[in-house]
Design a protein around this ligand. Structure first.
Ligand code: FMN
Ligand code: SF4
Length: 446
């Protein structure tokens, strides 16, 4: 892999301490070229803005990697009724803390992306849906939204002081604080004031979303990429990242990678997509903590599965799933594990998370997540039998949208996390279980 074009560390404050951060104000943002992209977008036909984003092959940064311009193109034509943008800043995926950094330091970059998306897609109402625990960040976003209203970016006069007649309102909506609130249809239910129970799809949100009206759901980081794509163009964007070895779309642009675990300098790094785990750890994170050896990497939130000891060279791009037996790249926020990590405990801990976060609507997820947790706990404490390993794989493999048994992808996350850890670290699990008791029929002869 070539030397990355771009990789810089975003200063990460110690957990919970954001007192010394510098939040870019709207005046500072405008002074350094902020909202010029919105101005440019508003001078273009909305369909042309969608074309630029589609040509850039920008893929969603929320976990699924769906091409942003293609999603925008799914909207039906305006019919005079309301149309919504849901900005996904729920960020409850374990190990993921990249969106928080964007709104902590540069909230207007995201707001500019929101305004451009609203123009391109002819959306009149944006809900900024923020994780419940992000109390301080909610204050930052609220203040930035107010600044944007005061400068005529949002409000009744039309976008950017009435430059066009599309009036956009932007509201902050604080999440109740559950992982499932980040799933796009759970999020829509939550915005409607209901329990965040995911909906059966189709219909997809672009056709029937908030209050059953057309809705685009985009991640904060996806929207933050849009202003630069508009001003610098799709070709510029594609100078970063890499093409796909499988087919279109590629893995273009930079990506915020929040690295945690056993590295010397954890933090959020902005890197070209395609950087290898080894380069990220050794060139940017100061290497493995305490000089220990690398053992495993959970590359994109726990839902995607795990890379094994022989997969340190894995490139962090959207093809990673097909190449290394993972569900996908996910949020590209790697958790790095060193040689001392007990992978049985890791699997049990992750299974506990999914057990606690299942919304309970689908039986395979509600019951299966409890079974998985109990089996892995039994193995961890040394009470497991070898047949428990196969049972674990069978239960995990039967849960999710991909096997067709659940409404949403939370169960697939549980499935991939548990299966890949057991498969890639099978020896560790085998060493912990007792042989299964083979039933013997008394008096049986051969
Ligand atoms: C259980 C679950 C939790 C999710 N949590 C988030 C989240 O916190 N933030 C996010 O942007 N996407 C999350 N997603 C993905 C969203 O459903 C959706 O794909 C995404 O917000 C679309 O935006 P994008 O195309 O810009 O990535 C989650 C998905 C699932 C299945
Ligand atoms: S898969 Fe799990 S979290 Fe998703 S809707 Fe079904 S029960 Fe709820």
């Amino acid at each position: 892999m070539d030397e990355p074009v771009l990789c810089r560390r975003i200063p990460t404050p110690p957990w919970g301490d954001v007192a010394d951060r510098h939040i870019v104000t709207i005046d500072e943002y405008i002074k350094t070229g902020g909202y010029a992209a919105l101005e440019q977008a508003l001078s273009m036909d909305p369909a042309d803005v969608i074309s630029v984003v589609r040509d850039s092959e920008l893929r969603g940064r929320g976990g699924a990697g769906f091409p942003c311009g293609v999603k925008w193109g799914f909207l039906p034509d305006p019919d005079g009724g309301q149309r919504y943008l849901a900005v996904n800043c729920d960020e409850a995926e374990p190990g993921t803390f990249k969106d928080r950094l964007l709104i902590d330091y540069d909230p207007h970059l995201v707001l500019e992306g929101i305004a451009i998306a609203c123009w391109a897609c002819r959306l009149d109402t944006a809900y900024f849906f923020i994780r419940g625990e992000y109390r301080s960040q909610a204050g930052v976003v609220e203040a930035a939204i107010q600044e944007a209203y005061d400068h005529g970016i949002f409000g009744p006069q039309g976008l950017l002081k009435g430059k066009v007649d599309l009036k956009v309102d932007c509201f902050l909506h604080r999440s109740a604080g559950a992982y499932i609130c980040g799933e796009e249809t759970g999020l829509i239910e939550a915005i409607e004031g209901k329990r965040a129970w995911p909906r059966v799809k189709p219909p997809f949100p672009a056709v029937e979303g908030i209050f059953r009206r057309p809705t685009i759901v985009n991640n904060v980081e996806t929207l933050a990429a849009v202003p630069d794509i508009v001003t610098r163009g799709a070709d510029w964007y594609k100078t970063m990242g890499c093409a796909s070895s499988i087919g279109k779309p590629g893995s273009y642009g930079s990506k915020l990678m929040g690295v945690s675990g056993h590295v010397t300098r954890p933090g959020v790094y902005e890197c070209d997509l395609g950087i290898s785990v080894r380069d990220l750890v050794e060139q940017y994170c100061g290497g493995m903590r305490g000089g220990k050896a690398y053992k495993a990497c959970i590359p994109g939130g726990v839902s995607m599965g795990v890379l094994g000891p022989d997969q340190y060279e894995a490139e962090l791009d959207f093809d990673i799933g097909a190449r290394y037996d993972l569900m996908g790249l996910g949020t590209a926020c790697p958790i790095i594990c060193d040689e001392d990590t007990d992978m049985v405990s890791v699997a049990r801990n992750i299974a506990r998370f999914f057990r606690n976060e299942s919304c309970g609507q689908c039986t395979p997820c509600r019951e299966g997540s409890e079974w998985l947790y109990q089996l892995l706990r039994r193995i961890e404490v040394g009470d497991g039998r070898s047949r428990d390993l196969d049972m674990t794989l069978e239960i995990a493999g039967s849960m999710g949208v991909i096997p067709g048994t659940t409404i949403c992808g939370l169960a697939d996350g549980n499935n991939w996390a548990v299966r890949t850890i057991v498969n890639k670290f099978r020896d560790e699990f085998e060493a912990r279980v007792k042989p299964s008791i083979v039933p013997v029929t008394v008096g049986a002869t051969k």
